[in-house]
Design a protein around this ligand. Structure first.
Ligand code: PAF
Length: 281
């Protein structure tokens, strides 16, 4: 039976009991509106931990003023049913006042330097500070031994790795593979904003990532591969913020061999989609 917990005291008591019994706590933080991709994160947490806590909290501090905080889909009953079916032991659903006791605008905030300033960080100023701030709070609340994050949010994972290393959180991070629809579109809560016409176009993002990988493997110049990717996205009706090849640490590649990641962020109508593909060249 999954417990839905809304008060910090109750969460702490539950976690303390498990820790007394020597159980390892696996944690999956989410903003709700869960899909099969999230459920696979729960499975991964189960494999690495003895008890699984999932959180659902739509975090206002990671949304910019013109972003979709108010229209972000909130489906708590459906989320709870899906998490229970996936074998979650406790669902942590803090209120805004529990997460930010002094108010979100007066919160102690965390700023991760460097990796937050490029790509997503450049297009969404303050976004990763909001993510780091809430993840640090969630880690203090849940005190997990392991935490699972999806590889789809590639740069977010890099930010959280930095956060955990720099603030010495005793949390082991597990990266989960991106789950895709049969046509290649990465699963995302934002996909449901797409009109049927936009949904039909959206898989071009994954196809473009594959073409970028193939272009690099075929020895084509990186700048050309990136320019062609942007042109292909435009042609399909998307408005790309970036389509780039980076080293795994998101720095600019200086060599043609080794491990790389292709990353795309693009607007399709009013919806902004991101995806990436890790590959060897
Ligand atoms: O990836 C997400 O869903 C969110 O950014 C996270 C990590 C739950 C923080 O709000």
């Amino acid at each position: 039976m999954m417990d839905t917990i809304r008060e910090l005291e109750a969460l702490r008591a539950r976690i303390a009991g498990w820790k007394r019994d020597g159980l390892r706590i696996g944690f999956v933080p989410t903003m709700g509106n869960l899909h099969a991709g999230h459920h696979s994160l729960i499975e991964l947490a189960q494999r690495h931990g003895d008890r699984v806590v999932a959180s659902v909290f739509v975090n206002p501090t990671q949304f910019g003023p013109n972003e979709d905080f108010s229209r972000y889909p909130r489906t708590p009953e459906q989320d709870a049913a899906g998490l229970a079916a996936a074998g979650t032991d406790a669902l942590w659903m803090p209120s805004l006042a529990t997460m930010y006791p002094y108010g979100a605008d007066k919160a102690v905030a965390i700023r991760v330097p460097g990796v937050t300033e490029i790509l997503e960080g450049a297009h969404r100023p303050g976004h990763f500070d909001g993510v780091a701030t809430v993840v640090a709070r969630l880690f203090n609340q849940v005190q997990p031994d392991i935490a699972v994050f999806g590889r789809k949010d590639y740069q977010q994972l890099a930010v959280i790795r930095y956060l955990v290393a720099d603030l010495a959180f005793p949390v082991e991070l597990i990266a989960a593979e991106t789950r895709r629809e049969p046509d290649g579109l990465a699963m995302s809560s934002r996909n449901q904003y797409l009109s049927p016409e936009e949904r039909a176009i959206a898989p071009v993002i994954h196809r473009t990532l594959l073409a970028m990988r193939d272009g690099i493997r075929a020895g084509r110049p990186r700048a050309q591969v990136e320019a062609d990717a942007s042109a292909d996205l435009h042609q399909a009706g998307l408005d790309p913020d970036y389509a780039v090849i980076r080293n795994p640490d998101l720095s600019e590649p200086a060599t043609r061999d080794g491990s790389f990641v292709a990353l795309i962020a693009a607007r399709l109508g009013r919806t902004r989609l991101i995806d990436n593909l890790e590959f060897e060249a």
